[in-house]
Design a protein around this ligand. Sequence first.
Ligand SMILES: *[C@@H]1O[C@H](CO)[C@@H](O)[C@H](O)[C@H]1NC(C)=O
Ligand SMILES: *[C@@H]1O[C@H](CO)[C@@H](O)[C@H](O)[C@H]1NC(C)=O
Ligand SMILES: *[C@@H]1O[C@H](CO)[C@@H](O)[C@H](O)[C@H]1NC(C)=O
Ligand SMILES: *[C@@H]1O[C@H](CO)[C@@H](O)[C@H](O)[C@H]1NC(C)=O
Length: 466
Amino acid sequence: MRSRNLLSVCLAGACMAQEALSVDNVQVSLGGICQSPTHASFPGMSVCLSENITLVSQYENDTTRIPIPQDAKQAVSDTLDWTFKKPCYLAGTTEFCVFSSPTFAQGRGMSLVTTAKRAAAILALPSFHDPELVRGANQDLEPDRPHVYHVVEVPGKGLGVVAAKPLYRGDHIISNTVSLIIDYGAHEQMPQVELNKLMAAGIEYLPERHRDRMLNLSTHNDADAYLEKVQKLVATNCFDLEPIDDSPHAMQAVFPEISRLNHDCRPNAEYYFDYKTFTHHIHAIKPIAQGEEITISYIDPVETHQARVDRVKNWGFECSCSLCSAEAHIRNASDARVRQINELRDEFEDYTTKSRATPQMGDLMVSLHEQERLIASLYSAYTYAAIEWNGVGEPWVATKYANLAVEYGLPSVGPTDPDVKEMQKLLSDPWGHWSWMLRTKKRMSWGKDGKEVDGKKKEGEDDEED
Ligand SMILES: *[C@@H]1O[C@H](CO)[C@@H](O)[C@H](O)[C@H]1NC(C)=O
Ligand SMILES: *[C@@H]1O[C@H](CO)[C@@H](O)[C@H](O)[C@H]1NC(C)=O
Ligand SMILES: *[C@@H]1O[C@H](CO)[C@@H](O)[C@H](O)[C@H]1NC(C)=O
Ligand SMILES: *[C@@H]1O[C@H](CO)[C@@H](O)[C@H](O)[C@H]1NC(C)=O
C-alpha cells in the first residue's frame, strides 16, 4: 500500500511553489508578459530560438519520422503525426532530442525531451496508438463548455483556481493530457543551458493555443532571458512521473492548466495521473463552496511539523500553510496524531503473526485521519480498517469500510489504484478475499503443520474461535 500517489509535484517545483506561498514572497504572475516566441509582443524570441540553439544532431533537418524500434512499431498508429525535431544534443553517447506531436489528444499536442529509445517506449503506450483513449480528455478546456472553476487573482498567491459553483466530494474539476515531458536523464547529462534550448523548442513545437498557455505560466520572478524563463517555468510547474520503461530516470511533466492550482497542507482537491492515457485528473475530495479556492498538496501531507519545515528549508523557504503556522500546542497535537498514524501503519503492514494490529486500531486510524483533516489519504485508512475487520471474520464491518475506501479512493487515487481495486475485490467476496481471517492466529498458521499454533491445534479445529 502506498501512502502517496506515484505522481508527485517535483522537488524543484515544490521548492518554487513554497517560495510563492510564503507571505513576503508573493508569486508574481507573468500573464501577458511572457508570450510565445512568435508573438510580436516578445521581440527577439524567435531569433533567440533559431540563432541560439546549437544543433548537435546527426540529422539533416528539422523534421523526420521518429525512428521507432521494430517492437514498438506495431503499436504506434500512423494516424499520429509524431516527429522528432532539432535541436538535439549529444551528451557523451546519449542523444537527447525533441519529439513532438501536434495531433495528440485531438490537436492539443505534446512534446517530449528524451532519447529516441525512450520516446519509442512512450509512444508504445496505449494512448499514443489509440486516439479514442484520450478523446475528450481535455474537454474542460473547451471554450464553449461551462467550467466548474475560474482562474482568478488570489490575494497573496498570484493566480489561483476557484470553484465556479458548489462542488462535492468526487466532483471532477480538471483533466489534462501532458503537455511537455522532460527526461531526468537529460537533467543529469546535459548542461542546463543546452537543456533549456530543448525545452524551449519542445514548447515552440506545440500548437499555438497550447503553447500560449504554457508560456503564460508564472515563473515566480521576472526572468529576463527567454531560455531562463523556460527553465524556471518548467521547474516551477512540473510534476514527477515514474519511469514507464527500463530507464532508471523519472520524468518531469508539465500541465499548464493544472499548474494554476495552489498548495495547501490540507487541500480540498487531489490529483492522480493515469499512465495509460497520460492524463492528469483533479477531483474535489470534500465540499468546496462557490468562490472558494481549489487547492492540492505539493508535499506528502502525512508529515510532522518539523519534517515539513525541514523539507521546505532544504530548499531555502519557509512552510507557510495554515497548519505550519498554527500555534505550538495545536501543532504538537497534530504531530502526535501524525506520529501515531505512522506507527499504526507499521502494524497494519505487518502480515505476520507478530503484528499487533486489531480492528479497533483500524477504527482509530480512520479517526486520526479525520481529526487531522487528511481527506486525501482517508481512503488508505478505510482500506486498513477493512482488512483488519475482515481479518477477524467480520465481513459486514469490513464491507462498510471497503465501500468507504472505494468512495474516497476514486477521486483521490483513481480507479486503477491497487488499493481501490483490492477493496472492490473484497466487496465482491469478503470470504474469498486474502484478508479473510488473516488476523486469526490459528488460521494464519494453517499450512505450517500447526507448529506455531498455541495448544497445537490443527486445521479445522476451530472450537476456540469467537
Ligand atoms: C495568458 O494570460 C493572460 C493574462 O492573464 C490572459 O488574458 C490570456 O488569455 C492568457 N492566454 C492563454 C492562452 O491562456
Ligand atoms: C544569443 O546568445 C548570445 C550569446 O550567448 C547572446 O548575446 C544573444 O543575446 C542571444 N540572442 C538572443 C536573441 O537571445
Ligand atoms: C530545414 O528546415 C527549414 C525550416 O523548416 C528550412 O527553411 C530549410 O530550408 C531546411 N533546410 C534544408 C537543408 O532542407
Ligand atoms: C511542543 O512540543 C515541543 C517539542 O516536543 C515542546 O518543546 C514544546 O514545549 C511544546 N509546546 C507546547 C505549547 O505544547
